[in-house]
Every structure is written in structure tokens, then in C-alpha cells.
Design a protein around this ligand. Sequence first.
Ligand SMILES: [Zn+2]
Length: 221
Amino acid sequence: MKNSIIVLVSGGMDSATLLWLAKKEFEEVYAISFDYGQKHSIELKFAKELAKIANVKEHFIVEIPHLKGIKGSALTDKDIKIPSQSYPNEPPITTVPMRNLNFLSIAASFSDIYEIQNIGIGIHSVDSPYPDCRAEFASSVESAINASSIMVAKKKNRIQVYTPFLGMTKTDVLKIGLELGVPYEKTYSCYKGTVPPCEECATCQQRQEAFEALGLKDPLL
Ligand SMILES: [Zn+2]
């Protein structure tokens, strides 16, 4: 079996960096993106372009209809505004219930059939207000995936939830990405989904802070 990975690609700068890191670290790279009713579904256009530039073996785009229908998250509920500040509450109102659990479960279905040994997710310390971005979550999901995998049962190997950015800041991630030559002008992070990005929402602010910390200007702006 080849050393392979399927990377969760949102179109944002963290997952783009992970995709470029995966290209360096793994022989065979797949990408997967999700249409879950996010207000900023424009990010999927960026995800497609990134997957194309990265020349992945295959890019899967999966719709998650039940997440589209669930209310209560500012990311998907038209009646709740995206806050124009960084995470005033914890967990933030932009938390989509069990989003990463859904994403990793679906990615694990692909990994099981395509025999992909690694599932990459670009979570880091700045994401930690989101319960499904924490180390405990990632290791628990990895255990569940291995316990339910056909491939693992047959071949006695393991599936790894690959989280190289855990414990890092967004600035650390950006530093890695700049060395890898990630085309950040082709990434998109704004939760409001506007063009140009709103520069006010939490993800816009965090993105700006990361570039500023390195004395750089965001090439998307
Ligand atoms: Zn924004």
C-alpha cells in the first residue's frame, strides 16, 4: 500500500497549508470538501482551485444535507448574524454542531474504501474555542474510526487522524506554508462570504493577525 492521505480542504489558509504539507509528506494525496449550507460556500470555489493546483489524485465534494437544515449556528442559520468580533462566547456562535465529527466520519468512509491510511485536518490552537478542534476530540475520533474500519479489520493496520498543526498558532501555520509555497492569494477565510472579505469576522481578524505578525500583507486583500 502507498503512503496516502485524504485532506479536509475548506479553501481557507490552514487547510491549504495542510494540503501542501501533505504533498511533501505523502506519496498519494486526496482532498475532500463539504457543502453543509455554510453562508460562505464561496470557499468551495477556492477549495476546488487549490485541489487542482495541488494536483491531488481526486477531490471529493460532499453535501451534508442534515447540517444544512439544523438551525442554531451563525454559519448556517440565516436568522443569526455572523459576529463582527473574535469569539465573544465559548463555544462560539459560529460552531456548527459536530461539524468535524461529521467531516471526519465521511472522510473515513472514503479512506476505508480507497484504502487511505491518513485523514488530515488542519486544526490548531487558535481553533480551540471550538470543542471539535481540540486534541481530545481528534484522538477520540481516531479511536472510533479504527474500531469501525473494514480496512483495519482486514489488514490489521491503523488509520491516523493527521493533525500536524495541533498546539501551533495560526502564525506558526502560516510560516510553514510560506516555506512550502502555498498560494495564499487563492485561499479564502471570511465567514460572511463576501467579496472582498469583510475584514471584521473572527476568521478575517485571525488571518490578518497571522500575516501582520510576520510583517506581511494578506495577498487576498
Ligand atoms: Zn470576514
